[in-house]
Ligand binder design. Structure first.
Ligand code: 5CA
Ligand code: ZN
Length: 416
């Protein structure tokens, strides 16, 4: 489907020496910091997209900003980037919300996707090259299930009325290597996140649905598996494999997706290709509000669009979010937007005193921080110091400091 308009990303003429020339990210599967992406050529990243209702809350925005920073560091390192993202535009939660609110699920999805696009554009998030809806990838999902069937990795459950297709997750080599949860925790978390450990007829409680056969009143599509619709995890596995190929460099999303979603994607991908699904599994922390994770089911949400409508500068919203390290779990409070608005003004004033402070060492330190697991906290502290020193010089040049402003834009996505 249509993505959103790309922001301009300045290419920095200046290359740092003595700064690590790779991006290191925390990989959930190994629990270590490791180089993410190749040393040259093309970095391939898949980031789990929205289920289109209650978009774009600040938790969504925080996750997409984290991966936008990956994208930006890769580009700064001279890599090409192939980036794909899905939209879960047919799945139980969306259908339930549409039903509760008396709306057509397609209409609800289209409206929310458009709102999401506007928010992503305002936040200067680089759009994916492949922005793909589940509805658009129904044939790809059915093909992948057929591949898994040929591998003996899927089966129809023993249910006379609804013999849906399930993936033998626990029989796949490496299952559990993303989340490292024990079996009973897996079972509990699976049940809390759309799974059905207690459904009769399955070979293992942790096997996951890949193709749900038609039910009255539910959308469905023709396929060799029988008329039906995709399960959740297989949607992302299929889109990533189709558009990026096996062993992507980064599989990304919020930490709420580690299990079951990314564990299942990894297992399905491995079963289909006999190759690892991803080099690194990277997860953003959870943004909370009023003491709990911001979530659609709890309804404790703050929206990018609401802040924008109240007159917030989208760059201040961006700065407020990236003031937290991407792996931190944290709570949104309105005061953080005020602080970011002041910081943005301070940086803009700093940029007016062009040349008062040498740009290159500042850029070196910002790059070093960001290449070290996207350490935005240190990068921002460097820029605070730079802005303070620039302002105290008392200079006021008609041409703003172009090298620093370009770097702040290219590396952090903040337009001064
Ligand atoms: N459609 C699926 C992924 S395939 C989904 O999880 N959709 S979502 O709309 O619920 O979330 C979209 C993205 O935002 C996911 O990457 C999710 O991990 C992330 N996310 C959701 N809530 C939060 C939160 N409170 N804080 C940080 N990230 C969040
Ligand atoms: Zn996903």
């Amino acid at each position: 489907m249509r993505s959103w308009d790309a922001p301009e990303v300045p290419a920095l003429g200046y290359r740092s020496s003595g700064v690590d020339d790779s991006l290191r990210l925390h990989d959930t599967a190994t629990g270590t910091l490791r180089p993410a992406g190749p040393r040259e050529g093309t970095g391939r990243m898949y980031v789990c997209g929205i289920t289109p209702y209650d978009a774009t809350h600040l938790g969504h925005a925080f996750t997409y900003l984290a991966f936008d920073l990956v994208n930006r560091q890769w580009r700064d390192l001279g890599l090409q980037v192939r980036f794909a993202q899905n939209v879960t535009d047919v799945d139980d939660p969306l259908l339930e919300r549409a039903q509760q609110t008396g709306r057509d699920w397609r209409e609800l999805a289209a409206e929310q996707i458009e709102l999401f696009r506007e928010d992503m554009r305002a936040l200067r998030i680089i759009p994916p090259e492949h922005y793909i809806g589940a509805v658009e990838s129904v044939d790809g999902v059915a093909d992948l299930v057929e591949t898994l069937r040929a591998e003996g990795a899927v089966y129809q459950i023993d249910d006379r009325d609804h013999p849906d297709w399930y993936f033998s997750s626990t029989r796949t080599p490496g299952f559990g290597d993303v989340s490292h949860l024990d079996a009973s925790t897996m079972r509990r978390v699976f049940a809390e996140n759309g799974g059905d450990p207690d459904r009769r007829g399955k070979r293992d409680p942790l096997d996951c649905l890949v193709w749900r056969l038609e039910r009255p009143g539910e959308p469905s599509w023709e396929s060799r598996l029988g008329r039906g619709r995709p399960g959740w995890h297989i949607e992302c596995t299929a889109i990533a494999l189709t558009h990026l190929g096996p062993t992507i460099d980064v599989q990304g999303g919020g930490s709420d997706l580690v299990f079951p979603h990314h564990e299942m994607c990894a297992a399905e991908g491995y079963a289909a290709t006999h190759r690892p699904f991803a080099g690194s599994f990277v997860h953003a922390g959870m943004v909370g509000l009023d003491g709990q994770k911001m979530s659609k089911s709890l309804g404790n949400l703050e929206f990018v669009s609401r802040l924008r409508a109240e007159g917030a500068d989208p760059m201040a919203v961006r700065l407020a979010l990236i003031a937290h390290h991407y792996r931190e779990n944290w709570e949104w409070t309105p005061g953080q937007l005020d602080a970011a608005t002041s910081r943005l003004a301070a940086w803009r004033a700093g940029a007016e005193a062009s040349g008062a402070v040498a740009a290159e060492p500042v850029i070196d330190r910002v790059r070093a921080a960001l290449r070290n697991d996207l350490d935005t906290v240190s990068a921002i502290a460097e820029l605070d110091a730079w802005a303070a020193a620039s302002r105290s010089s008392g200079r006021h040049d008609p041409v703003p400091a172009s090298l620093i402003t370009s770097a702040v834009d290219a590396l952090l996505g903040i337009r001064l």
